[in-house]
Design a protein around this ligand. Structure first.
Ligand code: IDP
Ligand code: MG
Length: 149
């Protein structure tokens, strides 16, 4: 079992795709264990995107991610980290396969709807930026007795 970090970015919220993203996660059989809408402030944005500091798109990325509300979630399940990355698709939506979130809903790399952690280390780091212990809820999905049997 892994828990990953998934976020609907401001463009996804403004395009009304929050429900679509959540539906895909739930229908896949993954479990949302924390969920919140918030506006990312400058400090959180810099921490979240620290690995991209200095790149030519960094400033625009920080401005974009702080430009409006996002929906952040913790998603739990077997191989959730790579599973969610696969559901999200390639960074550049033009290269993302149809059937992925980016491949179905986006064309612009700077407006690619969602963020998902790319490794166990980033998942842990990013979850800690957005959530504290009391934010997490534990429950069983009804089908788990047959999914994991
Ligand atoms: P990821 O979101 O698929 O993990 P990263 O390489 O970590 O992709 O980049 C973080 C975000 O920065 C991307 O989702 C995208 O919004 C933005 N980004 C990455 N590369 C570019 C670029 O070349 N131009 C503009 N924005 C970019
Ligand atoms: Mg990334």
């Amino acid at each position: 079992m892994q828990t990953t970090f998934l976020m609907v970015k401001p463009d996804g919220v403004q395009r009304g795709l929050v429900g679509e993203v959540i539906s895909r996660v739930e229908e896949r059989g993954l479990r949302i264990t924390a969920l919140k809408m918030l506006t990312v402030d400058q400090k959180m944005a810099e921490e979240h995107y620290a690995e991209h500091e200095g790149k030519d798109f960094y400033q625009g990325l920080i401005e974009y991610i702080t430009s409006g509300p996002v929906v952040a979630m913790a998603v739990k399940g077997e191989d959730a980290i790579s599973g969610v990355r696969d559901m999200v698709g390639e960074t550049d939506p033009k290269e993302a396969s149809p059937g992925t979130i980016r491949g179905d809903y986006a064309m612009d790399i700077g407006r690619n709807i969602v963020h998902a952690a790319d490794s166990p280390e980033s998942a842990e780091r990013e979850l800690d930026i957005f959530f504290a212990d009391p934010d997490y809820q534990e429950y069983d999905r009804i089908e788990e007795d047959w999914v994991y049997e």
